[in-house]
Ligand binder design. Sequence first.
Ligand code: NAI
Length: 327
Amino acid sequence: STKSVRVAITGAAGQIGYAILFRIASGQMFGPDTAVHLNLLELEVALPALEGVKMELDDCAFPLLQSITTTSDANVAFKDVDWALLIGAFPRKAGMERKDLLEKNAGIFTGQGKAINDNAKNTCKVLVVGNPCNTNAYIAKSMAPNIPARNFFAMTMLDQNRAVTQLAQKANAHNTDVSNVTIWGNHSSTQYPDFYNATISGKPVTESISDEEWLKGDFIKTVQQRGAAIIKARGLSSAASAANAAVDTVRNLVTPTPEGKHFSVAVCSDGSYGIPEGLMFGYPVRSNGEEWEIVQGISHNEFAQEKIAATTKELSEERDAVQHLLT
Ligand code: NAI
């Protein structure tokens, strides 16, 4: 019998949805030997558009695609799923405070957390992409006591991929030469893209790039503000690269990590590196294909410690702002 996986995707008619569904259905997320069932969740108003996306999926005649369910009912969407990719979220509108954004999304992610708890397999894994993704993941995790906390993830891979390319270009290297870039903390402008512990062709980044002021300044700023730069250039937020990062994240979690390597994803803190337990914090992670672990023993200089303290503070404040909604 062939393996199969049932995947829920929320916000499936959105921009990221349009880029990711075809890659999942073609086997790029779960591999060429795993058949795929797609459970697509959208707001009622977007169901006609979602129907069009489904028609296009049909028209690809993907060999691995077994079924497509479209619905606006979260209980249907999360029924018996192995994976849930939470992409749909309430977008930030002009003049909206961060607190309003957190509360709007808390409404969505408490409901979806509950629906996952009640309907998904209890081995289900959940990757949150919709922003603010770390805290949305914190909310969903809090509402799903039947699912282990370690099955919840928030996406920092797009930041990692952005950082890798910036470093490669600066060093006149190829992006495959760059390893072990970790995005510590929040997927936000407080994230810390750790170049000190990353390597280019096996050597510390600071050996290939001697301009440490660039690394501490423009490099970090470019990665932190890349999302805004894309919006400015494209008139729309990054979608294909975000979908690509979600494919990379799941792929990294379901395949063994090569010896000596690690990748970035936000997971439920167990207190590692002094981060408060329970926060969804971006860490360096390794997987054996089934289980993952946080890489221990990475050292941080004073500069890094300050950056990590700042992103920890922001995530703690986000947690405190939504805590009263989690009953
Ligand atoms: P989009 O606006 O094109 O699509 C979002 C879709 O979600 C819409 O079709 C909407 O109808 C749907 N939706 C909204 N609320 C929903 C709900 N309660 N249930 C089901 N569907 C719902 O947005 P796009 O570009 O696809 O981005 C989606 C999210 O991903 C945004 O929050 C964005 O900020 C975030 N994002 C995260 C990144 C990361 O690195 N973590 C990178 C890029 C985007």
